[in-house]
Design a protein around this ligand. Structure first.
Ligand SMILES: [Zn+2]
Length: 581
């Protein structure tokens, strides 16, 4: 199979059992001996930029200033060839992989949404009926929510309880006897809950109230400073204003290509600059803040306040602050990876990062702070952009009609099924009507195999892999199969894993038509930057193939704490330097 994927994969084309590989996954060893050398940092600052494809900072370096990305790229350790190795490159999957250093088969967060067979409904990754939000009215407003995964949540409670392995932040809590202060902040709840782990505290932005909120998993009541920050209502300062270009349009790669008809025009936000936020009573006002640099600016403001009020990095016990900047992802969905909007958002994020680093330098000192920046997944191009360049094969795929296609209709006839055989599709899984299959006395594995075989023939489908086949390891040992197996969890994975060909996407989310969608095993979605800086690290660019799973174990080794329970055993030697044996 000729696919572009992570270079570290062995190019095995022979048909062989995956059982050995599955065993290797389960028995991942812990890192080798690491000698202690040097003072530990006072603060670990883990930054995630949602959907930051690995090439974007250098591609748009023309609009970057000083002290942000340039500080990381020029003064830090920049891994330029980092790829995820799991198939479903979605937000929770990547964030938890960063937090735990594990693949989804181990940490269990296989998708943003999966079907819970006990509850008999789709569930959102971090929903938890055992808890509630601390703020009344802060739950997802299903009438205005544009994030289709958030809409799947059946309850307002959020917790990390679905994360099955430990996070680096958990290991810090355990090692330092609870004396490490551990916090995570993001516009997205899943961007914060993932990295705070089971022992830390998470805050995220509620589009319903325009505030940063949390759940009673973390607190019984808000710290005073959070109430004070929310009472100040910083989001309201954007009312009546617009997202405007930071630089003259001539300085941008896409300066003369602002308008594209495939871009999403969200409730008057428009396809060209300036993008108006609307007034504070506009029902999409807070949503518009999140699909622009404003979301990251609010996150920065809240995180700086947190750093101060919680006095992070002020004693000898290392503290942990994770910040996940979400705007890049939303802007990518609405406008695509090659747009003036994504370019300006990066320019403004760069300014946000420079502001953050200057603040941390003043309060803690960059020499005392170990910074790591990466992304939860990459970012695909919009098919319309590719089509205009003559790449005709790029297109959108309609999954709504799956059950009604002639091939599936014929199969239903063959099995004597008059009702819906395909119960639902929620990326990346197809769910079959198991009750019906049982009632008809049919064999689940045989039906899965038959449906997968038909769907595999569809235009735009690269493969359809049944979970029964994954369980019995009767699959060819290809790069694609390995990435799907790394994403497989027996209790959470659906019945058939659907993989589209490169540059084929779903774009209709409950009626919201977007320009691009990530979540594939292809290079544009697996490719992310990894940058370390501060804490006395020396500048170096590394093009050796590495993975984002290596980050957690490397941070653990740097702190001389044990690695998270499912973490990769690969250490990034450039970061550890003389800390290595
Ligand atoms: Zn994401």
């Amino acid at each position: 199979m000729n696919i572009r994927m992570h270079a570290a994969f062995p190019n095995c084309s022979v048909r062989c059992s995956l059982a050995v590989f599955a065993t290797a996954l389960a028995l991942m060893p812990v890192p080798g001996s690491v000698a202690w050398a040097g003072e530990p940092p006072k603060l670990v600052l883990q930054i995630t930029v949602d959907a930051l494809r690995g090439d974007l900072p250098s591609r748009f370096s023309n609009v970057l200033g000083e002290g942000g990305f340039r500080y990381l790229m020029d003064d830090g350790i920049h891994y330029t060839n980092a790829h995820y190795q799991h198939a479903n490159t979605e937000t929770i999957v990547g964030h938890v992989s960063l937090a735990t250093g594990a693949v989804p088969a181990a940490h269990g967060m296989v998708a943003n949404v999966w079907f819970d067979r006990e509850l008999d409904r789709l569930v959102y990754n971090i929903e938890d009926s055992g808890y509630h939000l601390l703020t009344a009215g802060a739950d997802v407003d299903k009438k205005t929510e544009i994030d289709p995964t958030q809409k799947a949540a059946g309850v307002d409670g959020r917790s990390p309880n679905n994360i099955l392995t430990s996070t680096l932040s958990d290991e810090m809590a355990i090692h330092f006897a609870g004396r490490s202060k551990i916090f995570a902040v993001s516009v997205k709840d899943r961007g914060a809950v993932s990295l705070a782990g089971h022992a830390g505290k998470a805050f995220w932005f509620s589009k319903a109230t325009g505030e940063f909120v949390t759940s009673n998993y973390y607190y019984d009541h808000y710290p005073d400073w959070v109430n004070a920050w929310n009472a100040r209502n910083p989001a309201s300062s954007y009312a009546g204003s617009s997202w405007e270009l930071l630089h003259p349009s001539s300085e941008y790669l896409f300066g003369d290509a602002d308008y594209r008809d495939y871009e999403t025009n969200l409730a008057g936000f428009g396809r060209v600059f300036p993008h108006a936020y609307g007034e504070a009573d506009d029902k999409y006002f807070t949503t518009k803040l999140t699909v622009s640099p404003a979301g990251d600016e609010l996150t920065l403001d809240f995180a700086k306040n947190l750093l101060d009020e919680e006095q992070l990095g002020q004693d000898d016990v290392p503290d942990y602050l994770a910040i996940s900047f979400s705007s890049n992802d939303y802007v990518g969905h609405l406008f695509g990876a090659s747009s003036l909007e994504i370019e300006d958002n990066l320019a403004r994020l760069d300014r946000t990062l420079a502001n953050l680093f200057a603040y941390v330098d003043e309060k803690v000192g960059l020499a005392n702070t170990l910074i790591v920046l990466s992304a939860d997944h990459g970012l695909p191009e919009a098919p319309g952009y590719l089509n205009a360049l003559g790449i005709d094969k790029a297109h959108y795929f309609d999954t709504k009609s799956l059950d009604r296609t002639p091939a599936i209709a014929a199969l239903k006839k063959q099995f004597g099924i008059g009702e819906e055989l395909i119960e639902s599709y929620f990326h990346p899984y197809i769910y079959l009507n198991r009750e019906l299959i049982r009632a008809k006395g049919l064999d689940q594995a045989a039906v899965e195999a038959a449906v997968a075989a038909e769907i595999r023939q569809f235009r735009g489908v690269a493969d359809a892999v049944s979970s029964s086949a994954l369980r019995t390891a009767s699959l060819p040992d290809t790069l694609l199969m390995r990435s799907i197996l790394r994403n497989f969890h027996p209790k959470r994975s659906g019945d058939i894993y659907l993989v589209f060909e490169p540059d084929v996407f779903i774009n209709d989310f409950d009626g919201l038509i977007v320009a691009s969608t990530h979540g594939s095993p292809w290079g544009y979605d697996t490719f992310v930057p990894i940058m370390f800086a501060g804490a006395g690290l020396s500048a170096v660019k590394v093009n050796r193939p590495v993975t984002p799973y290596d980050i957690a174990a490397t941070l653990a080794a740097f702190l001389n704490v044990k690695p998270p329970s499912g973490a990769s055993d690969v250490l990034l030697v450039e970061v550890l330097g003389e800390r290595m044996d």
